[in-house]
Write a protein that binds this ligand. Structure first.
Ligand code: SF4
Ligand code: SF4
Length: 385
């Protein structure tokens, strides 16, 4: 069970805007149940997984919360879990009662073929979680999962009105360029995030990831068609149109965790980052009690980002990694996850610079420029890896 948490009301400063900007993403953990048992699941930390079966607040309570604290903002909803397709009744009610909102589904893809067509047609984007190619994905998620997901994607394709995005958590040094490249053909977009795992960054694994990154960047700039790989699109956007990262997240972390992302647990408790709902000091609000404060996950003077060569496009990538390393003082996390991830991000930025992104963008077709500048998919993922 998740322990109850008390936040003193004097910690809530009423004069600070809760949400920066005009849009807010409500990431609803509609259930913490999941039909898979991925070996690394972050919800296993603090025994979060399976602790709350289904949303226990009502959609009317959520609407009252929105009316009180988010009036005038554009609300869009990411359906998250656990596995959100295990609670389609709640999704249908949300879609019915929040008709003006956009919806994004974050799913492991194994139950996609059972999702009602009415839901599929209403989704702006579906994010399907993978770990790379077949071997690596099945290794983490269970035998046969990769093929099952690909079959389901094929089955539901024609019922989707929105985009389909592969969300790859990049753990393994064995994940190849070819495996990632293949996903850009099956999906509309590929988003990858460097794994947050202390075992993922041995020197050999980092070196192999750099080699794959180099090939992805080369393919991005020299390929014949637009290459829809979100962290590369986002890096180019932030380099050539830096004002866009201020529009979307006030120049702070591009995952919006410091500005305009609210993760709502099934019991209505709100946290800024879905990976750290076990830390009581990060409690940000409560739908049922109808209160919310500014995200407590903010830049800290001990974080090294402002002196970093990647800061102009990275903007503190993952605040979880930064918070654990430099605020909580977790030296193992810093050495084994945060620092190697930052090394990879700096490397990726240097590779992008080798192709002169400003000159490339200046000559790119209008359709490319529009996607780089304002693809909707940026709003459904963390943009940076
Ligand atoms: S690479 Fe690391 S240190 Fe540099 S800005 Fe990004 S998160 Fe901060
Ligand atoms: S990128 Fe990091 S800080 Fe942002 S939501 Fe994901 S885990 Fe949390």
């Amino acid at each position: 069970m998740v322990k109850p948490v008390m936040i003193s009301m004097c910690e809530i400063k009423n004069d600070e805007p809760v949400i920066v900007g005009t849009r807010v993403e409500l990431q609803l953990l509609t259930t913490l149940k999941c039909n898979l048992r991925c070996s690394y699941c972050v919800l296993g930390v603090g025994d979060i997984l399976n602790s709350q079966k289904h949303a226990s607040y009502t959609v009317d309570q959520l609407k009252a919360f929105i009316g009180t604290h988010l009036a005038g903002k554009e609300i869009y909803i990411s359906l998250y879990g656990g596995e959100p397709t295990l609670n389609t009744r709640f999704i249908l009610e949300l879609m019915d009662k929040l008709p003006l909102s956009r919806f994004n589904l974050q799913t492991n893809g194994t139950l996609l073929d059972r999702v009602p067509e009415k839901i599929l047609a209403r989704l702006s984007n579906v994010m399907v979680s993978l770990d790379g190619g077949k071997e690596v994905t099945d290794g983490y998620r269970g035998g046969g999962v990769y093929d099952k997901v690909m079959r389901n994607v094929e089955k539901v394709r024609h019922n989707l009105s929105g985009t389909l995005t592969a969300r790859v958590t990049w753990w393994s040094g064995e994940t190849s360029f070819e495996e990632l490249d293949e996903l850009t053909r099956t999906f509309d977009y590929l988003y990858f995030q460097f794994a947050q795992d202390e075992g993922a960054y041995g020197p050999e694994s980092v070196e192999k990831k750099k080699q794959v990154l180099s090939r992805l960047v080369e393919r991005f700039f020299l390929g014949r068609e637009f290459y829809p790989v979100v962290p590369l699109m986002g890096t180019v956007r932030n380099k050539v149109l830096p004002s866009r990262m201020y529009e979307s997240a006030a120049g702070l972390s591009q995952c919006r965790v410091s500005t305009n992302l609210l993760n709502i647990m099934p019991d209505g408790k709100i946290y800024p980052c879905p990976d750290m709902m076990y830390l009581p000091e990060l409690l940000q609000g409560d739908v049922v009690a109808n209160w919310v404060r500014k995200s407590p996950l903010q830049p800290h003077p001990d974080m090294p980002c402002e002196g970093c060569s990647a800061f102009h496009f990275c903007r503190r990538n993952c605040m979880k990694n930064m918070h654990l390393a430099y605020v909580k003082g977790n030296d193992n996390w810093k050495k084994n996850v945060t620092e190697p991830t930052c090394d990879l991000i700096r490397f990726m930025g240097e590779e992008v610079d080798r192709y002169h992104p400003d000159l490339w963008f200046a000559k790119a077709p209008l359709s490319y420029r529009n996607k780089i500048a304002g693809a909707e998919v940026y709003e459904y993922c963390e943009v940076m890896p």
